[in-house]
Design a protein around this ligand. Structure first.
Ligand SMILES: [Zn+2]
Length: 328
């Protein structure tokens, strides 16, 4: 990946300007939900910094350094990620020790730190000392989904670079270019993924997305029609889903109900599902007049519980009860 291929124009501008002027920050904070291209950007920047013959668009992609980086074995690129649920003090201590050495081949050493926001307080304090007196031959890339979790003292010593979701139309076009989807399906995936390319790719490659989606739309339509036995049966089936699929079902359900409202109010151009989708027609008829804010609130709680790794059956109860409540 070259810098000029990054799909985030502001990010591209900031990093390209740094390369062009030679004013490289000691540490960058790449902020934004995962999947927006942070890893690609960090790799592209590292490649450009280490490349033997970079141009204004980034690394050449052909020199020995570029080939090593592509092969994942460049000695001046250090890759860190959380061990378990957090980045630990021992990992940061190892890094600091490593940074005492000069670059092996390139001009700098590049540290790609995924999940930087999971750093423990003690690890953050260790890292802070390094950021206060940064080694001149190192560039750190801190990737943080939730930058607020990093201490202000760390954030203030990094150049902040924000990654944002793409407009759905742009992402749909990318999915087509990558051969992952086309036409209405590409738009559907882009909107389901809320403009997040990493998420769109996962959805596109999901083995039974269509089955799950059809089932969610159908279940919600029947709940909306007040079919109580069907609703109970659906709730049981949702409960049997593994947590990843349940999370996806909640996502699909939330978006489907937003679409139901959009379709019922004549905003089909903003909907993820095509207006002609049969299941969606039934859903719009059953739910289209329900206050969308109440619908979204109804989905927020099971999602939080799921995030907190509460057993799926608990989420099941909440889904069902909240759905009934939102109907009142
Ligand atoms: Zn190169």
């Amino acid at each position: 990946m070259r810098l000029d291929h990054l799909r985030q124009p502001p990010v591209r501008r900031i990093l390209s300007r740094a390369l062009a002027t030679g004013r490289i920050a000691h540490a960058y904070l790449f902020a934004g939900e995962p999947g927006l291209g942070q890893e690609e950007a960090a790799r592209a920047m590292a490649a450009a910094l280490l490349c033997a013959e970079p141009d204004e668009g980034g690394a050449c992609g052909r020199c020995p350094s570029c080939r090593k980086l592509a092969g994942g074995n460049h000695p001046d690129v250090l890759w860190m990620e959380p061990e378990g649920s957090s980045l630990k003090t021992s990992q940061v201590a190892d890094l600091i020790r490593e940074l005492r050495y000069r670059p092996v081949e390139g001009r700098v050493r590049c540290v790609l730190m995924a999940g930087a926001d999971t750093m423990t307080m003690e690890a953050a304090n260790r890292l802070l000392k390094t950021l206060e007196e940064p080694p001149s031959e190192a560039v750190l890339f801190l990737l943080a989904a939730d930058e607020e979790r990093l201490p202000e003292t760390i954030r203030s010593r990094c150049q902040r670079v924000v990654f944002r979701p793409l407009p759905a139309a742009d992402l749909a076009r990318d999915l087509e270019d990558q051969g992952l989807a086309s036409g209405d399906r590409a738009v559907w995936l882009a909107r389901l993924a809320r403009g997040n390319p990493g998420r769109a790719r996962l959805l596109a490659e999901h083995a039974h997305l269509d089955d799950l989606s059809a089932r969610v739309v159908d279940d919600l339509a029947r709940m909306g029609q007040g079919d109580l036995p069907a609703a109970l049966e659906a709730a049981e089936q949702w409960a049997a889903l593994d947590p990843a699929d349940l999370a996806l079902a909640l996502d699909l359900g939330e978006r489907a109900l937003v679409d139901a409202w959009l379709l019922a109010h004549g905003f089909s151009q903003d909907a993820a599902w095509p207006a002609a989708d049969q299941g969606m027609e039934a859903l719009a008829a059953a739910w289209g007049r329900t206050d969308p804010e109440r619908v979204l609130t109804a989905f927020a709680r099971p999602r939080r519980r799921l995030d907190a790794r509460v057993a799926p059956w608990a989420a099941r109860d909440v889904v069902f009860l909240e759905r009934q409540q939102a109907r009142r």
